[in-house]
Write a protein that binds this ligand. Structure first.
Ligand code: AMP
Length: 113
């Protein structure tokens, strides 16, 4: 399988505005922001989406959410934020590497489009 754009960002082959990184995850600003703050949090392990997670990924999945909390604190998102995972075609997933969107900085509507 060929490398996704996010795997290239992890390997620093293409640039990104990185806001957080540790051994397991990387977070960077979305190139086409849908809110004043739009950050993507991804596992370094190339998982396509939630359909492909396994029991062995349990700790990694928890780590992703704890990273969201840490990033939200670092970014000062005191008024709240939305976390979105688009899975598959109907959800509008365009990059085949699991990613959590953090959206903040404006009032967000519900239901989403
Ligand atoms: P999704 O539609 O849920 O698959 O989200 C993919 C997201 O990746 C979109 O919001 C894109 O704007 C974003 N994106 C695509 N390429 C890049 C890139 N090179 N750097 C940062 N964000 C990107």
């Amino acid at each position: 399988m060929s490398k996704t754009i996010f795997s290239k960002i992890i390997d620093k082959e293409i640039p990104a505005d990185i806001v957080y990184e540790d051994d397991l995850v990387l977070a960077f600003r979305d190139i086409a922001p849908q809110a004043p703050v739009h950050i993507l949090v991804i596992p370094k392990k190339p998982i396509l989406n939630l359909k492909y997670v396994e029991l062995e990924d349990q700790e990694l999945l928890g780590h992703l959410l704890l990273s969201v909390k840490k990033i939200a604190q670092q970014q000062g998102l005191a008024n709240g934020y939305r976390v979105v995972i688009n899975n598959g075609q109907d959800a509008g997933q365009t990059v085949d590497h699991l990613h959590l969107h953090i959206l903040a900085g404006r009032s967000l509507q519900w239901p989403p489009g």
